[in-house]
Design a protein. Structure first.
Lengths: 344, 306
């Protein structure tokens, strides 16, 4: 369990990281070369696109739901579970929050509705994650498979609502819900586009870091994740530990849904947070599920993804091309940055 | 207008075949003890390669072969990282999917609006004239007919031959076979790559025979569904066929009902295939999980240790 962290000063380990990342970058360079783009130009335009204050804002905006969704992967992973349901749990967070806004319909004073929306989003995400946990505990279905299938279900539920029950009759163009009232939105930080949801994500990161490190619950997660059989013998209820880890994870992802809805988009529409769940999954695995590192990794991947938008403009490569770069980085990290694995 | 059940059952075969290929492939890999969630990615690259090569050569057969090769190549990446670098199987599978997603948007943009010759339906003489049976099973594309041979052939190989015994032994008693001098890793490599080849073939069937088009992320979770199907089919080819057709039937229900003027929301119907697979997993999953080879149970239980 001696995973290397970002802060490790072990020189050999650092060298392995550098070589792994350089290898991933080289392979990606070769790939864009086959598409007739100059790899050096591509990397330069990607770097250029993440400098400057407006780029930093863009990255932080993108990172806000991503950090929460990545923590949603990390917490269950501590207990040995693979939560790939980030997309569905994010979407359910957005759906529950929007539902509260529509139900209240401006009938509550001040920012009460926003608070209720956040609670509802956490509950929505937790319910969606709990389905995966319960299927594992009672039917023995692996949670990676069930949470993946639940993603498609969640997106269809959202689309059903957008195109049917919740469709804004006055809207034009692509169907969407009505926009949130201004009192239901997160306030912006200073004169930037970054909103208070970022603070929520940072507080959540710190809280999860503390909880995992210093509470009995955090300890139980580690024991169950390390060796369920030993945990069982030590009198830890493995089932309830796994369920609670998924509930907390789902709630975090649900919050990711509401910060995007109430901080950046203000209405639900098709494509809401699409692929964020998968990028968040990569972030958590990149950082080996350590909360602070996971948040950093989420910001880095948000940066890569913002840089990807520049590819479309400067090199006329599809924006999703950076998914290749992210995947290569992850593979390199999986393959070559571990301390020699004690085969489990 | 034909009867609704007939429409749905015909659609079950038409829409289920691509998943069936992927499920057969995943059955092989899982029999050897390797879970490949990258099956979704193999289908995706297979769909693109199949479509692109068909567009260039004009031959959907060459396209199908290319689809299989592309799917196998992506599965090779999975095999290398989980077998040689001992990376987590579930996480690596998803990263491999992500790789496939990125690669197909990088290389697929040029083919989005492009037309290509595709597999045409070919009615099997005599058999296609049988009422119901003929329409359901024998008025499809050649890749669909190929599965009618592949399913029994794979069942035979996996359960009645020395090769099958070896593959099952590798999945069941990995360490033991190693000590008896069998090259366990080679068998696993071959099983995973063969599985990817079949998934790629399924992807090619999807783009060249079912959708007659390529578009980004067109598999829509079919590869994941295939993995789920393999769980409740317990890696048995015939059961995988049933599970795949179930998904196909749920897919076909939506257009069939709409054609009859039912006013049901599109997206409510679109969620049916995934719901159906989850429900069947719930009904059959428990029994099957216990039957899984030891090697597989390890993957599914101890998930995130790195």
């Amino acid at each position: 369990m001696s995973a290397i962290t970002f802060t490790s000063f072990d020189r050999k380990a650092t060298l392995r990281w550098v070589l792994a990342l350089a290898g991933a970058a080289a392979v990606f360079g070769l790939l864009v070369l086959t598409k007739g783009a100059n790899p050096f130009e591509v990397y330069r335009s990607m770097l250029d696109s993440v400098r400057g204050s407006s780029s930093v804002e863009g990255i932080l905006l993108k990172a806000t739901p991503l950090v929460l969704a990545a923590l949603a992967v990390a917490v269950p992973a501590r207990a040995g579970m693979v939560n790939v349901g980030g997309e569905g749990q994010l979407v359910m967070g957005g759906v529950f929050a929007m539902g509260v806004s529509l139900a209240v319909d401006g009938g509550l004073p001040g920012q009460t509705t926003l608070v209720l929306m956040c609670i509802a989003a956490a509950v929505g995400g937790a319910i969606w994650a709990a389905i995966g946990a319960l299927l594992k505990l009672f039917v023995g279905i692996n949670e990676a498979v069930s949470t993946l299938l639940l993603n498609y279900l969640a997106v269809n539920v959202m689309l059903f609502l957008i195109y049917d029950r919740w469709k804004d009759a006055n809207g034009s163009g692509q169907p969407a819900t009505r926009a949130l009232a201004s009192s239901e939105r997160f306030s912006l930080l200073g004169s930037s586009n970054v909103h208070a949801g970022l603070l929520l994500a940072l507080v959540a990161t710190a809280a999860i870091w503390w909880v995992l490190r210093s509470t009995r619950w955090g300890f139980r997660l580690r024991v169950v994740g390390g060796n369920p059989e030993a945990a069982r013998r030590a009198g830890i209820s493995v089932g309830s530990t796994l369920l609670s880890a998924m509930l907390v994870g789902g709630a975090l992802a649900g919050l990711g849904g509401v910060v995007q809805l109430a901080g950046a988009e203000f209405k639900l529409r098709q494509g809401f947070l699409a692929t964020y769940g998968y990028v968040a999954f990569l972030a958590s695995w990149l950082a080996r599920h350590k909360p602070i590192n996971v948040a950093v990794a989420a910001v880095v991947l948000a940066g890569i993804s913002v840089a990807g938008d520049s590819l479309q403009l400067d090199s006329s490569l599809p924006a999703a091309t950076v998914n290749v770069l992210m995947a290569l980085v992850l593979l390199a990290v999986f393959g070559w940055t571990r301390t020699k694995a004690v085969s489990s | 207008m034909t009867a609704l059940p007939l429409d749905v059952m015909t659609g079950a075969v038409r829409g289920g075949t691509s998943i069936l290929y992927a499920a057969l492939g995943e059955s092989v890999a899982e029999t050897a003890g390797v879970v490949n969630l990258g099956t979704e990615g193999s289908m995706l690259v297979g769909a693109l390669a199949g479509y692109a090569i068909t567009a260039h050569t004009g031959s959907p057969w060459v396209g199908a072969l290319a689809g299989g090769v592309a799917g196998g190549a992506l599965a090779l990446v999975h095999a290398f990282f989980v077998l040689d670098r001992k990376a987590n199987q579930l996480a690596t599978g998803l990263v491999v999917l992500f790789l496939g997603l990125g690669l197909t948007s990088l290389f697929g943009a040029a083919y989005v609006a492009r037309t290509a010759t595709s597999f045409d339906a070919w009615n099997v003489p005599l058999l296609s004239k049988i009422p119901w049976i003929g329409e359901i099973f024998f008025q499809h594309d050649p890749l669909t007919y190929l599965t009618y041979f592949l399913v029994p052939a794979l069942w035979f190989v996996l359960t009645r031959t020395g090769i099958g015994l070896l593959v099952r032994g590798v999945g069941e008693r990995t360490e033991v076979l190693g000590t008896y001098g069998h090259n366990v890793r080679l068998v696993q490599y071959l099983a995973v790559v063969a599985g990817g080849f079949l998934a790629g073939l399924g992807g090619a069937q999807l783009s060249t025979a079912y959708a007659h088009a390529w578009f980004e992320n067109m598999t829509q979770g079919r590869g994941f569904v295939a993995v789920a199907v393999v769980i409740f089919a317990a890696r048995r080819p015939l059961a995988a066929m049933g599970g795949s057709y179930l998904f196909g039937a749920a897919l076909a229900l939506s257009p069939a009902l709409q054609a009859r003027g039912w006013q049901i929301n599109q997206f409510a119907l679109d969620s049916l295939p995934y719901l159906a697979v989850i429900v069947v997993l719930v009904l059959l999953g428990k029994k099957r999980a216990a039957e899984a080879p030891e090697g597989l149970q390890k993957v599914f239980e101890m998930s995130t240790a790195t």
